[in-house]
Design a protein around this ligand. Structure first.
Ligand code: FAD
Length: 414
């Protein structure tokens, strides 16, 4: 016998919880089915050694939708570095911070200014720099910053028109913030009071207009008038639930067209006696570093996206960590490796409930995010970071906006 609800939400990540919360508050009977044994999805705070974030770490922007929850739940935040931390980075190579780091940074910014003005035909980021890049070294670091650190994408697939368009739409602001007590504090706060069934992996959805019957791998069945599905694109590409009947061809085509990258985080716990820095760019296996410094604890985090992440994953845990240490030593000198007290490498490409990091625009994909977010017969609503068309795709606040948008759409239906 199936349990009956007004709305079934698949996935207890930022999008699913946001949708469920608004729908429940409006009086709908809602159940959230989550395959993992925890809430949060790609937000995962790890406390094995001391607090670090295996997935999302920053609130990107002082106007991000996330602040509604931060304020309501009274969650402590901490600005990441000085106010302008995002606009300055060091470049390290051959064991030193480069003497010309300021000058290289100016060239790096110059290649940026040109890129964001681009209004020509679509092409990949790699092709753009082959065609228009005049400063090879600045282009090398710019491609790594955009493709790896920001979009976690293959630069040969990443659409220049896509990133420029999305950047112009974004309104969340340029400053980054940490949640010192853990991003999961926010997740738990949003989840409070919701009917969430953990370890419920949805394997089959039978649907017709105004009716869904959802089946989980443990045999449990749930029925409702509407379905909000927040399964990540990586999973939708590789092993989505079986839909009977199949979802529209346009939707399936859009799932294939959108990019979904890979990202990994290298985390080094440090002896407190190390030099302070905000962001560091290196030419090696990881490429982008920052440090979290709360109280006495200092953690250096390396972020590798796209092809860099793929290569680290192929190496396996031990060699990947060694490659990370080598890259950091290349950037800051060999003394730093003696300050590392513990290391972890967090990956997402092998996580069967994510199969990667987050979505990115591919060359020519154009309105794919709009297709993905179009309700299917006002019955199946797909949402998550990947459906955000306000310039906030790939991020927690983009997922929150999408969950809340879908809740509004459902509440507006007769
Ligand atoms: C390494 C990394 C670093 C990041 N850093 C940042 C950052 O600093 N700031 C930022 O804003 N964003 C960051 N992001 C992106 C951010 O984490 C995501 O955009 C956001 O959390 C996505 O939320 P979502 O609800 O769309 O999807 P998810 O969080 O993935 O939620 C989907 C849920 O669906 C569940 N699910 C999947 N299949 C099934 C099924 N068949 N049945 C039941 N449940 C299922 C999953 O287990 C998951 O819990 C990062 C991501 C990664 C991987």
């Amino acid at each position: 016998m199936a349990d009956t609800f007004d709305v079934i939400v698949i996935g207890a990540g930022a999008a699913g919880l946001s949708a469920a919360r608004d729908l429940s508050r409006a009086g709908k009977r809602v159940v959230v089915l989550e395959a993992r044994d925890r809430t949060g999805g790609r937000i995962k705070t790890d406390r094995e050694r001391g607090l670090v974030e295996a997935g999302a770490e920053f609130i990107h922007g002082e106007s991000a939708a996330t602040w509604d929850y931060v304020t309501e739940l009274n969650v402590e935040t901490h600005i990441a570095g000085p106010e302008n931390a995002d606009s300055y980075r060091l470049f390290g190579e051959k064991g030193h911070i480069r003497a010309d780091t300021d000058e290289l940074y100016k060239r790096f910014r110059k290649s940026d200014d040109e890129l964001w003005k681009y209004d020509g035909p679509d092409m990949s980021l790699a092709e753009y720099f082959r065609k228009y890049g005049t400063d090879e070294e600045a282009a090398f670091y710019k491609i790594r910053e955009i493709a790896s650190d920001i979009e976690s994408a293959d630069p040969g697939l990443l659409s220049v028109r896509g990133i420029v368009h999305e950047d112009r739409l974004a309104t969340s602001g340029g400053r980054n913030f940490w949640i010192p007590g853990g991003y999961d504090q926010l997740v738990k706060g949003v989840a409070t009071g919701l009917d969430i069934k953990l370890r419920h992996h949805v394997v089959r959805v039978r649907w017709s207009e105004g009716k869904v019957d959802v089946e989980c791998d443990n045999g449990a069945h749930f029925t409702a008038a509407r379905l909000v599905m927040t399964i990540p694109i990586g999973v939708m590409k590789r092993c989505p639930p079986e839909f009977l009947p199949a979802l529209p061809t346009a939707f399936e085509k859009a799932v294939r067209a959108i990019g979904f990258g890979n990202a990994s985080k290298m985390t080094f716990w440090m002896d407190g006696r190390m030099p302070d820095f905000n962001f560091l760019a290196t030419p090696g296996a990881v490429g982008h570093w920052w440090q979290r410094r709360f109280g006495n604890e200092v953690v250096i985090v390396g972020f590798a996206g796209g092809q860099l992440a793929d290569a680290l994953v192929r190496m396996g845990e031990r060699d990947a960590i060694q490659a990370g240490i080598d890259d950091l030593v290349d950037g800051m000198g060999s003394a730093i490796k003696h300050l590392i007290t513990h290391a972890r490498h967090f990956t997402w490409s092998d996580d069967p409930l994510a199969y990667g990091s987050y979505s990115f625009p591919t060359v020519g994909m154009e309105d794919t995010r709009d297709v993905l977010q179009t309700p299917i017969m006002n019955t199946v609503f797909y949402c998550g970071e990947a459906t955000n068309t306000r310039g906030h795709a790939g991020m927690v606040h983009g997922a929150i906006e999408e969950g809340r948008r879908v809740a509004r759409e459902i509440l507006a239906l007769p």
